[in-house]
Design a protein around this ligand. Structure first.
Ligand code: ZN
Length: 224
């Protein structure tokens, strides 16, 4: 369950219609859909989740158990890790520090990604230095006070990378600045996905005019 389910958004007669496949009749007005009609303009709603291995030098999050689309709800804690320049996930959990679970990060969110090429070596070497500290053991792990965030924030502080390192002074500050905005977009997508899975389509009558239809962020942000 790590692939884009392919949610389509289309506008036939005003309200936005979301579906997995374009239906024969418009769910809003029941008129038969003519796919050549200029007002139809279907487009794919951007899938927010990625495979960590394709995002080197990133901070990534996912549900501790299960996946976002099927299992996640907002009261659940998110697990956090860091990818190396090769896309390998380094993470700290109750079993200690791991580098061998990258394949379980096939449906995650990138909360921050390094974009400046010259920094790649610094990223890897700081990550290596922090990972080698002997505190990342199963014995030291504590669900509330010494967990996956402790490791990632320690790394980000050592990185001395402007806003990212500044926000890393506390979990609350970091989550507000970097995690929550991404998780909010993801939650909207998840809610939409589950609606479509239940009923096949969703007609969004409260949305704004179709002028913004092609603006993907506007569409995601105005879904509910
Ligand atoms: Zn219609």
């Amino acid at each position: 369950m790590d692939a884009d389910p392919g949610i389509i958004c289309l506008d036939h007669c005003g309200p936005r219609v979301f579906c997995f496949q374009i239906p024969e009749n418009c769910p809003a007005c029941r008129v038969r859909l003519d796919h050549n009609q200029p007002t139809l303009l279907p487009f794919r709603v951007p899938y927010p989740f990625v495979r960590a291995v394709q995002h080197p030098c990133s901070v990534v999050i996912k549900p501790t158990n299960g996946d976002f689309l099927n299992n996640y709800n907002v009261s659940m804690d998110l697990h956090i890790g860091v990818t190396t320049s090769n896309g390998q996930v380094v993470e700290f959990d109750r079993g200690g520090l791991h580098r061998d679970k990258t394949s379980s990060w096939n449906q995650c969110l990138v909360v921050s990604q390094l974009t400046s090429e010259p920094w790649i070596e610094v990223w890897d070497s700081v990550l290596e230095t922090v990972a080698r500290q002997d505190c990342w053991t199963p014995q030291r792990y504590h669900e509330e006070t010494f967990n996956c965030y402790t490791f990632v924030l320690a790394f980000l502080r050592c990185l001395r990378d402007g806003n990212l390192s500044e926000a890393a002074v506390s979990r609350v500050k970091f989550c507000e600045a970097f995690v929550s905005p991404r998780a909010t977009v993801a939650c909207k997508y998840i809610a939409l996905y589950r609606r479509l899975k239940d009923s096949g389509y969703y007609v969004c009558r409260t949305s704004k005019s179709s002028k913004n239809l092609s603006s993907v962020s506007a569409t995601i942000n105005s879904l509910f």
